[in-house]
Design a protein around this ligand. Sequence first.
Ligand code: 13P
Length: 248
Amino acid sequence: MRKQIVVANWKMNNSPEQSKQLCSSILSNMSPIDKEVILAPSYLYLNAVVDATQNSVIKVAAQNCHQEISGAYTGEVSASMLAALGLDYVILGHSERRYYYGEDNSLLAKKVSSALSQGLKVIYCCGETLDQRNSGAHIDRITKQLTEGLFHLPTDAMRNIVIGYEPIWAVGTGITATSTQAQEMHAHIRNAISNKYGADIANDTSILYGGSCTPSNVKELFVQNDVDGGLIGGASLDADDFIAIVNA
Ligand code: 13P
């Protein structure tokens, strides 16, 4: 059975104090749930968030990692460093990393392998631009991102992959994909995984939607057959909103 998952991607936000407060509000107000909740703070606050969430159901993710395990890469952080902190997950392939830092599918394929080799699970993000959607190229675009960034993995490794579908036109814009658009793409992603790895793996893979999720729009998204939760940006910076989304 695949898991329902909600991820708070805090991106480059929050002070140390705000991060701690968000953690404690989420911990004290979250009702017992059957969803997995993952917090993804900046690298700097990972330690504090791991400490604050110890002995709780909350898991912690980094927002990125380098493709090499160690070496002369000034300013970078490796998957082995993240694993040593006791993290569970790393987000890779977020559209902001693809766009601002030129991360392409072949680099992401290396990052994915590196993270898995250190025992981390990977939340692999994919998404299309508005032009690609309007010209009907969105399905092919996602297939390419999956094929080139992920489908080099052997079957067993896929059990440690979560997919994040984040249409770029919906990230931070206040425009959410309709539940029909999300379901169509999630079904396509599951089908692509099934074609490559078989129906069992495809059915067990959690596929999350991200892009302007709010407490009021997630209910309709989360009830779609192939939507297994969400990646939450802006709304995850407010404890009440995030808890409402988790409980949706
Ligand atoms: P927003 O929820 O702010 O649109 O961000 C989504 C996102 O990028 C999560 O990874």
